[in-house]
Design a protein around this ligand. Structure first.
Ligand SMILES: [Zn+2]
Length: 170
């Protein structure tokens, strides 16, 4: 649905659900990431990046890179989008699209963002796009093979050190 109601005071009503994609397409998700790219706050690198992450229920969360005068405090577009989703209660994702102004190369997520995506599973889709909207599809697993994730932190019976301690006590 695409209901966008304005009153004469220009306040959005609760029927404004522009970010729900009931039937989504990679092209539409890439377009959302391009729209987010237009909000990039990148006065230092001048390298605009946008991302749009599609939650399993069809909600889309967008993000842009947000740089900072203290350079290392800056945040990538992908992590901005994922943080927005998680903070709204979404941790299950179908896909994320990433956009930049690069014309001849598909924008590729940095290592930190790959790890950030992987937290929420390895088998979901990443659309790396060029500025003309063309894209390349990769999975999180392909972008970050042999990864370390939440499953690896499980303690108890599956934990080698835990087993060793138990055996020593026996
Ligand atoms: Zn990144």
């Amino acid at each position: 649905t695409h209901t966008h109601t304005h009153t004469h005071t220009h306040t959005h009503t609760l029927t404004c659900d522009l970010n729900i994609m009931n039937s989504w397409s990679p092209e539409a998700l890439v377009r959302k990431s391009q729209e987010a790219r237009n909000q990039a706050y990148c006065p230092y690198s001048k390298f605009r990046v946008g991302a749009a992450v599609l939650a399993s229920n069809g909600t889309v969360f967008t993000g842009c890179n947000v740089e900072n005068a203290c350079y290392t405090a800056g945040l990538c577009a992908e992590r901005t989008a994922i943080c927005k989703a998680v903070s709204e209660g979404h941790t299950s994702f179908k896909a994320i699209a990433i956009a930049s102004d690069l014309e001849d190369r598909f924008i590729s997520p940095c290592g930190a963002c790959r790890q950030f995506m992987r937290e929420f599973g390895s088998q979901w889709d990443v659309y790396l796009s060029k500025s003309d909207g063309s894209y390349k599809l990769m999975t999180v697993e392909e972008l970050l093979p042999c990864s370390f994730g939440p499953e690896d932190l499980r303690t108890g019976e599956n934990c080698w050190q835990f087993k060793t301690v138990i055996q020593m006590k026996l």
